[in-house]
Design a protein around this ligand. Structure first.
Ligand SMILES: NC(=O)c1ccc[n+]([C@@H]2O[C@H](COP(=O)([O-])OP(=O)(O)OC[C@H]3O[C@@H](n4cnc5c(N)ncnc54)[C@H](O)[C@@H]3O)[C@@H](O)[C@H]2O)c1
Length: 271
C-alpha cells in the first residue's frame, strides 16, 4: 500500500516561522541560522560579539534571506528577556528558540575555581534556562513552539579536562528534560542536541600560535585525530549539527520531545 501523503508536503518548510539562534556569530550557531533561514524562517542571530554577528547576518541577508542581528549576553536574564520580547513584539510570534551560545574551560575537577564555575555555568546553564523561560512564555501563549538546547556529547562520558563545561552541559540537559515534561501538554517541544566533536572556532584553541592565529598544519592533524576517535572516522561539520537543528525545529519532529539527539559519528556508542 502506498502511504497517503502527509500535510504539509514538506515538513521541513519553515516559511512564516520566526526563530532565534543564540551564539550565532560563527560555528554551529551560524550554520543553524543559515539552514533555518534557507528553510524559510525569519531568523534573529544573537551573540555577545555584536560586530561579528552583524557581519554574519549581513552575509545571509545578501543571499536574500530573512535575518537580523542582535547583541545579547545570554548570562544576563534581563538582556535575554528583552531580546525575546522584542522579537515576539516586532514579528508577532516566536516559533523556534535555539539556545546554542556557550563557552568552554580547560580545568580539572580537583582545581576548578569558583570564578570559572560561575562564568561557565552562567553562560552554558543559566543562559539555557533564561532563553528557555523567555521563549516558553511566548510559546505558551501561542500554544506551540520548539525549544532546542545545544548540550554536548560530554554529557555521556567522563571528561575531566573540561569540568565547568561538562557539568554545565549536564545541568542544561537535565533542565531540558524537566521543561519538556512541564510544557508537553501545551504544544511546546523541548529537545537537546548533543553534538560530537565538530570543527568550529571553539576547538581552535588547541592549535593557536602565540599571536592568536590558527596553525593550519597543527589543526589538520588535530582534526584527523578527533575524526579517528569516532567509529565513523569523521569529524563533524557545523552543517551536520545545523541539519539536526532544522529537524528539531520543524514539523518533521512534531512527535519528538524530551529527546537527546546525538550527532557524533557514533562517538558515544561505546558508552
Ligand atoms: N564544536 C564542538 O565540537 C561542539 C561539541 C559539542 C557541543 N558543542 C556545542 O555547540 C554549541 C556551539 O558551539 P561552537 O563549537 O559553534 O562554538 P563557538 O565558540 O564557535 O561559538 C559559540 C558562540 O557563542 C557566543 N557566545 C559566547 N558567550 C556568549 C554569551 N554570553 N552570550 C551570547 N553569545 C555568546 C560566541 O561569541 C560564539 O559566537 C555550544 O553550545 C557548544 O557547547 C560544540
Amino acid at each position: 500500500m502506498i502511504p497517503r501523503p502527509v500535510e504539509p508536503i514538506n515538513p521541513f518548510d519553515l516559511h512564516g516561522r520566526v526563530a532565534i539562534v543564540t551564539g550565532a556569530a560563527g560555528g554551529i550557531g551560524l550554520a543553524a541560522a543559515a539552514v533555518l533561514a534557507r528553510a524559510g524562517a525569519h531568523v534573529a542571530l544573537a551573540d555577545i560579539r555584536s560586530g561579528r554577528v552583524a557581519d554574519a547576518a549581513a552575509g545571509l541577508i545578501a543571499e536574500g534571506l530573512g535575518c537580523e542581528a542582535l547583541r545579547v549576553d545570554v548570562s544576563n536574564r534581563e538582556a535575554v528577556d528583552a531580546l525575546v520580547a522584542d522579537i515576539a513584539r516586532r514579528h508577532g510570534r516566536l516559533d523556534v528558540m535555539v539556545n546554542n551560545a556557550a563557552i568552554i574551560d580547560d580545568t580539572s575537577p580537583l582545581t576548578i575555581t569558583e570564578d570559572v564555575l560561575d562564568r561557565i555555568h552562567g553562560v552554558n546553564f543559566k543562559g539555557v534556562v533564561f532563553g528557555s523561560q523567555a521563549a516558553a512564555r511566548v510559546m505558551i501563549a501561542a500554544g506551540s513552539g520548539s525549544i532546542i538546547n545545544v548540550t554536548s556529547g560530554v554529557v555521556d562520558v567522563a571528561t575531566p579536562g573540561v569540568t565547568g563545561y561538562s557539568t554545565s552541559k549536564a545541568a542544561a540537559a537535565q533542565y531540558s528534560r524537566g521543561l519538556a515534561m512541564e510544557v508537553a501538554s501545551r504544544g511546546i517541544r523541548v529537545n537537546t542536541l548533543a553534538p560530537g566533536w565538530t570543527d568550529t572556532p571553539m576547538n581552535e584553541r588547541h592549535v593557536l600560535r602565540e599571536d592568536g592565529s590558527v596553525d593550519e598544519e597543527r589543526k589538520a592533524e588535530y582534526v584527523a585525530m578527533r575524526a579517528a576517535s569516532a567509529p565513523m572516522g569523521l569529524a563533524g561539520d557545523p552543517l551536520d549539527q545545523a541539519y539536526a537543528i532544522l529537524y528539531l525545529a520543524s514539523d518533521a519532529s512534531r512527535f519528538v520531545t524530551g529527546s537527546v539527539l546525538r550527532v557524533n559519528g557514533g562517538a558515544t556508542m561505546p558508552w
